[in-house]
Design a protein around this ligand. Sequence first.
Ligand code: DHB
Length: 310
Amino acid sequence: MSLLSASLLGIDFANPLLNASGVWCRDKAELDALNASAAGSFITKSCTLVPRAGNPEPRYYATPLGSINSMGLPNEGYPYYLDYARHHDYRAKPLFMSVAGLSLADNLAMLAAIRAADLPAIVELNLSCPNVPGKPQIAYDFAAMTEMLEAVSLEYARPFGVKMPPYFDIAHFDEAAAILNRFPHVTFVTCINSIGNALIIDPETESVVIKPKEGFGGIGGDYVLPTALANVNAFYRRCPGKQIIGCGGVSTGEHVFMHLLAGASLVQVGSALYEEGPAIFARLNAELSALLERKGYASIESVRGKLRTL
Ligand code: DHB
C-alpha cells in the first residue's frame, strides 16, 4: 500500500494511471512499452472482429491545445489482442481489453471468445467510437445502447465497463446513468471518449488538418478537460454502485488530481501520451505524489469524489 495505490473491481493497482484506449496500444511493441512504463495498468486498442487498416492519413493532428483524430478503428483484429492478453503477466500489472464491434453481433462474438478464454483481463466495451463513417455512436442512441447492454450482459455475465462519449445536457446524464444502473454487470464507467466530430482549421493553408470525413474528428487534450470532469462527476453522482475511470484532458498531475476529486478511481491519458510517449507516466506519478504530499493527503482513496460545491 503506497500513496498512489488504486483499486478497481477489487483489483489492486500500483497507481491510477493508464493509457486511453487507442493511444500507444495497437501492437505488441507499443503494449510492451506500456507494460514496462510507470503506468499502473494499460488497455489495448479497441478491436473489431477482423483486422482493419482504418481511415486514410493524415488522421491524427496535434495543436498546442490538444488533438483531433479520425483513425477509423485501425486494429489487428480481436484474436491478436486476446493472444496478447493470454500471454500477459497479470502479477506485473492489470490489463484491460477494449472491444468495439461494428455491430451487436460482432460484440457478442468477440465477448464470447474473451469469456471462453477465462482471463483476468478486464473488458471495456466501447459504446462511443465517433469515427467510422456511417456508424453512429451507440451511446448517443439510448434504445441501441439498452439493446446492446441487454445482449452483452447475457453473453458476458461477468463484471465489465463501458466507454462513454461526453454528454452535454443534464437530461442526457440522467437517462444514460439510469440505463447503466439497470445493468449490474456494468461495474465501471469510463468518461469520456473524445468530443466527436469537431473541426480544426489551419488558417494559413485555409484547410482542414486531417483527411477523413472532410476534416471532422474527435478532439482531446486541453479542449476537453472541463467536459471530461463534468461527465466523470455526473456519472459518479448518479451511479453509486459503479466505479468511474476518468479520461480527458490529462497532461499534468494536477489534472489527474481533478479527475480524482470529480470521482474517478483510475485516470486514462490520451493526447498527452501520444505527444510525450510512455515516459509521461513517471512524470504524472511524480507530480501527483508531490501534490498529494503538499496537500496532506495520505492516499488517492481519500481524494476520490471529495469535490466541494459552493
Ligand atoms: C477510434 C476512435 C475512438 O474515439 C474510439 O473510441 C474508437 C476508435 C478510431 O478512430 O480508431
